[in-house]
Design a protein around this ligand. Sequence first.
Ligand code: NOJ
Length: 563
Amino acid sequence: MNLNVPAMSTTTVRTDPAASGPTPASDPEWWRNAAIYQIYPRSFADANGDGTGDIAGVRARLPYLRDLGVDAVWFTPWYPSPMADGGYDVADYREVDDLFGDLTEAEGLIADARALGIRTILDVVPNHVSDQHQWFQDSLAAGPGSPERERFWFRDGGGADGTEPPNGWKSEFGGPAWSRVASPDGTPEQWYLHLFAPGQPDLNWDHPDVRREHEDVLRFWFERGVAGIRIDSAALLAKDAGLPELLDDHDPGDHPYVDRDELQGIYRGWRQIAESYGPDRVLIGEIWLADAERFARYLRPGVLHSAFNFDFMTCAWSAPALRGSIERTLQAHERVGAPATWVLSNHDVTRPVTRYGRADSAFSFDAKRFGIPTDLGAGTRRARAAALLAMALPGAYYLFQGEELGLPEVEDIPLERIDDPMHARSGGLDPGRDGCRVPLPWSGDRPPYGFGQGLETWLPQPDDWAGLTVDAQIGDAKSMLELYRTALGLRRSHADFASGDLRWLNLGQDVIAFHRGPGLTSVTNLTGGRLDLPPHEHVWLASAPLEGGRLPADATAWLRPQS
Ligand code: NOJ
């Protein structure tokens, strides 16, 4: 691994006392421009020494998150789960897995975080449950034709003897989207649908029990003080009950299981539930849709509050591509009055410092392979520039744990330690998503880097992360962590980040430049050479030191324009 990252320093930060923004802690519309930190609990901090992160570990590190300057944390699932898909196979939506703690600790965490001004967002997984969930177990026991099976998509097999899956749908993780069950005497019988792993049977959202149950689950967690719900696979819940074969192309709303119009009604119901707990409770959709207009339909008044912007997250490091994505995003959101979101990473995609250092820096699940060369020096410079670019845009910013440390994707996890089903189900071609899920390095110069006391972490950490620990970076003005801390602090304290209109500034096709309100100009240089900055009073912050007053390649500067 090449961690030869050139020294960079951030420019002196000035504060502008006249320009303080609203307090995120008291604003009911906090989610419109919040900074939200994604916690993958397995890999954040391990308090009990078993090699897996836990709620007690998070509670102990809350001051770190407060000092980082985030407004909310979003937890990937912490519910009881056989972990067939990292917890996205939920066996009980009202409990906490023993690995992570218990419900009382979860409640304590939500309260502790709130006391520090940090809201909590939970992940709810409505498209599927674990095959260990009581409903699925009941459906197996009750047998074909039973009401218990109606909550899922059970069908007889195709072919003369039922040995073929009911249709040709494919799992998102590779292979068929159907598995066959057997009766207690071992005789093969019906098949069930799973758009993800076989351990994640899809629910039938035409069934009233399914709707009622999820509405109750929302209430359960809102009553425990959570500020929001991230809705997993939010565009996949509704299915065409005829289960027709896929066509090469489908008109919007006409796909048998993606983005069906019925979803709008489901989420309108959820919105009413959220609002009954107060205007500050929020629903955030995980919605992968290429069509910006269809995407924005989920964000109309009365539907969801917000959704992840994957169009921007998957863009290559290219000014026309990024600018095009920003324009599309802002236009689509403006029409429905919803805030945009800006995301560079999450627990499913390649870490930015690795991705931006590749020749093809766009992200695609289909293109994931072992051994794609990367230049981590270039990738880190670009990730720094991308972070300032994204944080300067109007809307909310989501960061995934470890992004603020500039962690690279771990690409040499021993094959026998890879846990993600994407790896096995691709026949071993896809490295899977574990490379971005490796336990965080907090301190020290060797694994487990202060992650916990255990000798072996659930995924192995690289030997060369000593320079990337929190302790190593805190106080080092050139570090990724200090860049994030400074940028998030400025973003929070300066009103133009929250409310300033965006006005484009044309500095050439390879420069992304815009004004936000009267007090901020953001300039990102993708020309490959140094760039003269537009007239300014001073530099708020830069992702790399200016060179003779000019902005180096692959860097972003935040300027105070001349008045
Ligand atoms: C999206 C989640 O982000 C991902 O990690 C998971 O595998 C799928 N949904 C299925 O739940």
